[in-house]
Write a protein that binds this ligand. Structure first.
Ligand SMILES: Cc1cc2nc3c(=O)[nH]c(=O)nc-3n(C[C@H](O)[C@H](O)[C@H](O)COP(=O)(O)OP(=O)(O)OC[C@H]3O[C@@H](n4cnc5c(N)ncnc54)[C@H](O)[C@@H]3O)c2cc1C
Ligand code: SF4
Length: 495
């Protein structure tokens, strides 16, 4: 156990982020980091090492995860961090998590919602502790993946280089298989590269990890879109197994008059182009959707919408408004959402914090939906909205009902649609002859990861639908174990 009385002696603290005025002037990460050892160790000392560490359970209650999906050994590495044994802590963390430098930055930390200290006090800063351990490992150049000491002679193709594909490739390589990762974009990383913006996850970290993976023996082929039956058949013939980890990027569209107007874009197109232009030229090439001087309206109050808020502010938007059809969540857990469940409470994330500081008010409007997009000469000029109430119908199902007389027009020069995702894009599943489940995802269960096509596996968002980086890593690891078992009859790979 870390310090037996640590949770009584120390309050939760996180280092301050870079001030808003400073950070919106660039695309650099804005996470704070504790200076010196003492503060870091004090936060690790708050871990109670309770008898049942719900923080590492990763169980699903009512459709949401409670605790860490990777089953990270949280109390163990908290104890090691408290003792200043950073190298040992990094080794413990690497046992369950291939990429703690990513989760330590972008994970929404379901572990903290399930932390026992959190029952009476603010929870242990588990994510920050993970981040500190991962940063320390980078500084000390620890935990580089190494080329395996033997090769099995088996070859595996992984299609898609997001966190699921990368974790799967890393594990299969460690088991001695020769892995080639195919990626249709020009840079590997999936949504780690062309989804999550640079200020949340510096792309140099993604590139660093890919470089290490190459050194350990994994091949990456970029600008390779695996589509069409001929290409799928060739992959199946050339490799002993194929893992499909192509994500779930089919966006939900808005079917209202005016959708076709210029200046209305899917959030993913906006975010991906913004990052590509940033990496190619520092956004000097102009190959991105410009928000400078524009009144930006983002339809969708989730994390993708938040990333659009933060990006538009960095591009110098005149104003940013975010529309959300759902009601504003409560400040504290309601009675029907008790610990250790995922806390369904209001989250004011970095994008909203920035908008509040710059515009003087939260950019989010709750219980609002779009009636029409208005335009002139083919370009968007505004968006007509109406307020909704959430009411149960005769069958007891709750849904949005428009409130009469609440229509209004919000001026807009750029509209970004961030209303979630409907599943994997068409094409790849069909090319491989892989069956879909009722939600349109690749049909494969959570233990075998096998599809209906022999030797073809599916993992990550492509199998579970748009989710989280931590789940993608978990799926990639488990799929690797399933593939290893399929190839060798048994597997020593951990889950
Ligand atoms: C804007 C945005 C922000 C997000 N922010 C967070 C966050 O802060 N924290 C968090 O935990 N989660 C976040 N998520 C969710 C998270 O990024 C995903 O759940 C995760 O990346 C899924 O990993 P994956 O490997 O399954 O798929 P992806 O990351 O989507 O990667 C799939 C890859 O497959 C490639 N591909 C597709 N088809 C083919 C083909 N035919 N041939 C070759 N390559 C192909 C794609 O180009 C892509 O690179 C965010 C998602 C979005 C959209
Ligand atoms: S990966 Fe996410 S859930 Fe797991 S310990 Fe880290 S922050 Fe918590």
């Amino acid at each position: 156990m870390a310090k037996p009385t640590g949770f009584l002696e120390y309050a939760r603290e996180v280092p301050p982020d870079v001030a808003v005025g400073q950070r919106v002037a660039n695309w650099k990460e804005f996470h704070g980091r504790f200076e010196g050892e003492e503060s870091k160790r004090r936060q690790a000392a708050r871990c109670m090492d309770c008898g049942t560490p719900f923080c590492q359970s990763g169980v699903i209650y009512e459709g949401a995860v409670s605790g860490c999906p990777l089953h990270n050994l949280i109390p163990e590495w908290n104890d090691l961090a408290y003792r200043g044994m950073w190298g040992e802590a990094a080794r413990r963390l690497a046992l369950t998590n291939n990429f703690p430098e990513f989760t330590g930055r972008v994970c929404p930390a379901p572990c903290e919602g399930a932390c026992t200290t959190g029952l009476g006090d603010p929870p242990v800063t588990i994510k920050q502790n993970e981040y500190e351990i991962a940063e320390r490992a980078i500084e000390d150049d620890r935990n580089r993946p190494e080329a395996p000491s033997h090769r099995t002679g088996k070859r595996v193709a992984v299609v898609g280089s997001g966190p699921a594909g990368l974790a799967c490739a890393d594990q299969l390589n460690a088991a001695g298989h020769l892995v080639t990762v195919y990626e249709r974009d020009d840079r590997p990383g999936g949504l780690l590269m062309y989804g999550i913006p640079n200020m949340k996850l510096d792309k140099a970290l993604v590139e660093r990890r890919i470089a290490q993976m190459r050194q350990s023996g994994i091949s990456f082929e970029t600008d390779r879109n695996i589509e069409g039956e001929a290409e799928a058949a060739k992959l199946k013939a050339d490799f002993d197994a194929v893992v499909l980890a192509c994500g779930a990027k089919k966006p939900r569209d808005l079917t209202v008059p005016g959708r076709e107007l210029g200046g209305v874009h899917f959030a993913m197109d906006y975010l991906a182009k913004s990052t590509k232009s940033l990496l190619d030229s520092g956004q000097r090439d102009g190959n991105f959707i410009q928000a400078w001087g524009k009144r930006v309206v983002i339809v969708g109050g989730g994390d993708t919408g938040t990333d659009c808020v933060g990006s538009a502010l960095r591009q110098g938007a005149k104003s940013v408004t975010q529309l959300e059809i759902l009601p504003r969540p409560p400040e504290a857990r309601p009675a029907n959402n008790p610990w250790p469940r995922w806390p369904r409470v209001i989250k004011t994330d970095y994008g909203q914090e920035e908008a509040i500081a710059l515009q003087g008010a939260d950019p989010r409007l709750w219980c609002v939906t779009v009636k029409e997009i208005l335009g002139s000469e083919g370009m968007v000029t505004g968006i007509k909205t109406v307020e909704v109430e959430w009411k149960a119908d005769k069958s007891g199902r709750t849904g949005p009902v428009e409130k009469k007389g609440t229509e209004r027009v919000i001026d807009a020069d750029l509209v970004l649609l961030a209303m979630g995702f409907l599943g994997p894009e068409e094409g790849t599943l069909a090319a491989f002859g892989v069956a879909k489940d009722s939600r349109g995802n690749a049909a494969a269960d959570f233990s075998s990861f096998a599809t209906n096509m022999p030797g073809v596996f599916a993992a990550g968002d492509m199998r579970r639908g748009q989710s989280l980086v931590v789940w993608a890593i978990r799926e990639g690891r488990l799929a690797a174990r399933a593939v290893d078992r399929h190839l060798m009859g048994e597997s020593m790979l951990p889950g």
